[in-house]
Ligand binder design. Structure first.
Ligand SMILES: [Zn+2]
Length: 379
């Protein structure tokens, strides 16, 4: 399955209808939750059946596409499942909460009730049953059959998330690569290629800091506070979008070029960082991006048949990638010098070590599996 995220441009009237739909869906969700809380033994069929009586009781619910309302029952049980999963993992959990206005920002069209008419021009049309034809910007043409459309509202913007049954056809490349993740260079590889950490984030981070300070000065419940909150939300969203674009591009390129990607295992490196408690420093920001980046990379690699090998980052910056000698490398030292004559960018040196370690791992793995094979054939 492949997901597309497109921006929607509803008219004022359509926006009103969408808000009304959100309200109705939230109402149904909360009503069903109340019914669920009263049940001694959980009976999903009975809960779902309640939608019909609610519709009779509150005729305005008929203005919402029926399957969109039904989806709220699915959402409820999905949340319930998530909760019991957490319980299994021994996390402290309460019970499901009623959804307030702020927590309800999506509605769903599953299987039917929508039609996407892609024109290839600036605006296409997305038809949603009971809402109408909404302008949509499809920067890519979707393939496959559309299975689901989710309408999402963020601060000031509307989106449609379109899920199709299209299969990710991308095939991974043939090369092998080791990459080092860093703060100055987001990525450095064993061949000496570097991708700098994007500066636009730094610029926006300063703005976010200011917006935060601004928010904290406003009186609780005041209109100015509301506005300040909105402004912060818009900034966050911009950063998030730009970051996602950046991470998407980098991860896609890596997968389409390589058969094996060796990367440091995250978690250990972050713990070594002392400043990580200051929320809005660049370090922390990098941490979040790395995690996201690696999950994107893994996701794309899997469908392209590219192998991701995570290696222990211990000493990868301290070992000489040429002779194997170990030396201390304070963070300020950007170049690795060694008695053996090596003179190399510290991140590139790390990337070389990461690749060597990762490939060693692959070799051991294939050796041990061929040994197992021998053992089986000899018995
Ligand atoms: Zn050396």
């Amino acid at each position: 399955m492949k997901a597309y995220k497109f921006r929607l441009y509803p008219s004022k009237k359509q926006e009103q209808t969408l808000f009304q739909t959100f309200k109705s869906c939230r109402f149904v969700y909360n009503q069903l939750l109340e019914k669920l809380n009263k049940q001694e033994k959980i009976n999903r069929g009975e809960i779902q059946h309640n939608i019909l009586s609610l519709k009779k009781q509150f005729p305005e619910l008929n203005r919402v596409y029926s399957k969109t309302l039904q989806y709220e029952c699915y959402r409820l049980f999905n949340n319930l499942r998530g909760l019991s999963q957490l319980k299994k993992n021994d996390k402290k959990v309460g019970r499901l909460r009623f959804k307030g206005e702020d927590w309800f920002k999506t509605i769903n069209y599953n299987q039917s009730g929508f039609k996407l008419n892609q024109t290839g021009k600036r605006y296409s049309k997305l038809h949603l049953s009971k809402i109408g034809d909404i302008d949509i910007r499809c920067h890519r043409i979707t393939g496959g059959k559309i299975k689901q459309v989710t309408i999402k509202k963020t601060t000031g913007k509307w989106y449609a998330i379109i899920i199709t049954d299209e299969v990710y056809k991308k095939v991974g490349g043939k090369r092998q690569i080791g990459i080092d993740l860093g703060i100055i260079n987001f990525i450095a590889d064993n061949k000496g290629n570097k991708i700098k950490s994007p500066l636009f984030l730094k610029k926006r981070l300063n703005k976010i800091k200011k917006a935060y300070q601004n928010l904290s000065k406003k009186k609780r419940g005041s209109n100015n506070r509301y506005k300040a909150k909105q402004r912060l939300g818009v900034l966050f969203e911009k950063v998030e979008n730009q970051r996602n674009d950046f991470l998407n591009k980098v991860s896609t390129n890596l997968v389409s070029d390589n058969k094996i990607i060796c990367i440091e295992k995250l978690g250990i490196k972050q713990m070594m960082s002392k400043k990580r408690n200051r929320f809005w420093n660049r370090r922390n920001f990098a941490d979040v991006s790395w995690g996201k980046f690696i999950s994107m990379l893994k996701f794309k690699a899997e469908s392209a048949g590219t192998k991701i090998i995570e290696v222990n980052p211990r000493n990868t910056s301290k070992i000489c990638s040429n002779c194997g000698k170990l030396q201390n490398m304070p963070l300020s030292q950007r170049t690795y010098f060694c008695d053996c004559g090596l003179e190399l960018d510290r991140d590139v040196n790390s990337a070389k070590n990461i690749l060597a370690q990762g490939l060693g791992f692959v070799k051991n793995e294939t050796e041990s599996s061929s040994m197992k094979q021998e053992a089986i054939t000899s018995t």
